[in-house]
Design a protein around this ligand. Structure first.
Ligand code: PRX
Length: 666
């Protein structure tokens, strides 16, 4: 295949014309040559007839239980639902021991690829051995079932070992995305009372390296609950001096070397908490989303095999997310391992050392199922079809996307350039809270429509409601889920009130309010529109406006700030901050750079505002509430909505002018 070739039989130059033609196509039937391996019709029928019986059968078939359950759903304390509550199992045994016991220990769990091209194949037997040692090591450090263990690691196999070792002994893991700032780690460790933190000596990104342990130490200070820090020696050369506090800090490899190799998996109750994952909500305080063991694992296992049509004997699966997000939890670690699949785990960025690295990896490992985010696809489009065109992508059979609505053009490019027109695309809609995919095509079964997540999976009951709670059968509404499902969050960590208030107060304790608006078409297809709360979706990552605002306001030069989203071709949404400085300070480029850096330090680079608009005043109601709605309108270049409740209508004219000037400067 020559450079620039696309599998559909054209060249890059033909692509635009082909895309234009295909944009008129509304629905794509499953590609003719695609053969589905896992039939699903019976599931649909069973789930429609009796969802609880369907989930119970799936739980018996897909999971290995130490003590079978007799109860399925308990909804007597809604919205605090439980599933399979009297059953017992161990999640790490489901992900590891049962595969090794069945003679599949030598199967590769992860083909790990380092950023500098390093290769490491980790088998199920390897993972089991390391998981047992780390589980014993953690126990030796005093970790007991129910204790929280923080994990702040890059994309290396040790991150999976860390999660599985916690699960083995019933410790609750709390993974923090490696791209977050150490201060975010501190906050998440503090609010979850983490007893141990597992981190790394240093990180590398696109050829640059940075100390992590030293930076974490500088932020952590004295956290009363935190007793130990376990430090993994990351790949690549040592990033310099690694401060180790005697008695508190221990090297990961030394902990493993000194630990007993055998750690029997203890049976844990189905509802035992598995992990906390902090996600953004509509206040500055992140929400500690808590998942439990059996229901979560069932959701991840079932959806991974059914949505992507995974056959663990033949597929090579690759999810390009980071383990620090829910996508990584469910579709890099738990779903694939529970299914005994072989995955690729890639440490680096998609554009290092060159823009074709992903496709090089697909070719090298003969990846069959590839799962990524629309924002990544848009970057690939920008870089050009010649990069995938350099590689043989004919092994691919299923493509997936997640994290934000995918625009039809990106969908078609993915379909043509990456999938060669022969791979079904599964646009998977779900959330940190839902634990696993809820609305998505089933590869090779559901006719797809570019931009639509299509239909609910078996056993899932989404609906649209109007503002007044009336059902919307066609048109736009508030997305809700009307029946509980096994992998739903159980609560917000130590904050049951906020859990009820956030998800179950608007329409009652049996209607889960997603936080998204959606459209339902005449054929029952769901089209996700976006968030209806103060959450911004940057490159598929959730950020709370309040969290970014409070980071900005923490800067000594800032009097007040309001943050909204503006549409962005690349990242979906981008952050715009309207900032009033203290005293008579005028905003300038240096202050802007300083504020952006300040936000990066407090939250992470993702949260840096794309644009800062200086404003002497912000639009407020007479009671002093900032009217973000108007700021959103200006940022998006829309007509301003109702301004009659503004205390000082003149403010908006000044701000509109400032935004226009900022755009003109670009
Ligand atoms: O707004 C929806 C959007 O991402 C939100 C969930 O974000 P998070 O909890 O960080 O999880 C992201 C990965 C599962 C949703 O409320 N979202 C997620 N997937 C899609 C999506 N929007 C449209 N289409 C999707 N496929």
């Amino acid at each position: 295949m020559g450079p620039g070739h696309i599998d559909v039989g054209g060249t890059v130059a033909d692509l635009a014309a082909t895309l234009e033609d295909l944009l008129a196509v509304e629905s794509f039937d499953p590609p003719a040559g695609f053969t589905r391996r896992r039939p699903v019709d019976a599931d649909r029928a069973a789930a429609d007839a009796d969802p609880q019986a369907f989930w119970a059968d799936a739980a018996r078939e897909l999971l290995t239980w130490d003590k079978p359950f007799t109860q399925v759903l308990d909804d007597t304390k809604a919205p605090f639902y439980t599933w399979f509550a009297d059953g017992e199992l161990n999640l790490s045994a489901n992900c590891l021991d049962r595969h090794v016991a069945a003679g599949r220990g030598e199967r590769v769990a992860f083909h790990w690829r380092g950023e500098e091209g390093e290769r490491r194949d980790v088998t199920y037997a390897d993972l089991l051995a390391d998981t047992q040692r780390l589980a014993n090591g953690l126990s030796a450090l005093g970790v007991r079932a129910g204790d929280v263990v923080g994990i702040f690691l890059p994309m290396i196999p040790e991150v999976a070992v860390a999660m599985l070792a916690c699960a083995r002994i019933g410790a609750v893991h709390n993974v923090v995305f490696g791209g977050f700032a150490p201060s975010a780690v501190r906050e998440r460790m503090e609010v979850s009372d983490a007893k141990v933190l597992i981190t790394v000596d240093g990180a590398r990104r696109k050829g640059r390296r940075a100390p992590v342990k030293a930076a974490v130490d500088a932020e952590l200070g004295e956290l009363p609950a935190l007793e130990h820090i376990v430090v993994v020696r990351g790949p690549g050369e040592n990033p310099g001096e690694v401060p180790m506090t005697p008695g508190r800090d221990v090297w990961f490899d030394e902990l493993l070397a000194g630990a007993d190799p055998d750690c029997p998996a203890i049976p844990l109750p189905a509802e035992h908490p598995l992990f906390i994952l902090y996600s953004s909500g509509s206040t500055a305080k992140p929400k500690g989303i808590l998942h439990s063991t059996a229901g979560y694992l069932l959701g991840a296992t079932y959806t991974h095999r059914m949505v992507f049509d995974i056959d663990p004997d033949t597929d090579v699966y690759w999810c390009s997310a980071d383990v620090g997000w829910i996508t990584g939890h469910s579709y890099i670690v738990y779903g694939p391992l529970s299914n005994g699949a072989t995955s690729v785990m890639y440490e680096g960025a998609p554009d290092y050392p060159d823009h074709d690295i992903w496709w090089r990896i697909v070719e090298e490992y003969r990846v069959t199922v590839f799962y990524t985010a629309p924002t990544a696809i848009r970057s690939c489009i920008k870089w050009g079809a010649e990069y995938p065109g350099r590689h043989d992508l004919s092994s691919l059979r299923v493509l997936g996307t997640v994290g934000e609505p995918i625009n039809p053009k990106a969908w078609l490019w993915y379909h043509l350039v990456i999938g060669g027109g022969r791979c079904p695309i599964v646009d998977t809609w779900w959330q940190t809270e839902t634990g696993s995919v809820l609305i998505s095509p089933l590869a090779g079964v559901t006719p797809t429509r570019p931009g639509s997540a299509t239909k609910p999976l078996p056993g899932i009951s989404p609906a649209l409601l109007s503002e007044d709670g009336e059902p919307v059968t066609e048109g736009t509404g508030i997305l809700v889920i009307t029946k509980p499902w096994p992998s739903m969050l159980r609560t917000l960590y130590k904050d049951d009130d906020r859990f009820v208030e956030t998800y179950f107060s608007r329409f009652g304790p049996t209607t889960y309010v997603v936080g998204d608006a959606a459209r339902l078409d005449a054929d029952g297809y769901f089209w996700i529109i976006g968030r209806i709360d103060d959450v911004i979706n940057v490159s598929g990552h959730r950020l709370s406006t309040a969290e970014v605002e409070s980071a900005i306001v923490a800067h000594e030069a800032v009097a007040e700030a309001a943050v909204v989203a503006e549409p962005d071709e690349q990242t979906g949404q981008a952050i715009v901050a309207f900032v009033t400085l203290t005293g008579n300070r005028a905003g300038d480029a240096a202050t802007e750079a300083e504020l952006r850096e300040h936000v990066a330090r407090r939250i992470g680079k993702l949260a840096r505002p794309r644009r800062i608009i200086w404003a002497d005043d912000l639009p407020k109601t007479r009671s002093g509430k900032i009217m973000r709605r108007l700021l959103r309108d200006v940022a998006a270049g829309r007509e301003l909505g109702d301004v009659t409740t503004l205390r000082d209508p003149a403010v908006m004219a000044v701000i509109t002018e400032a935004v226009r000037a900022a755009h003109d400067d670009e």
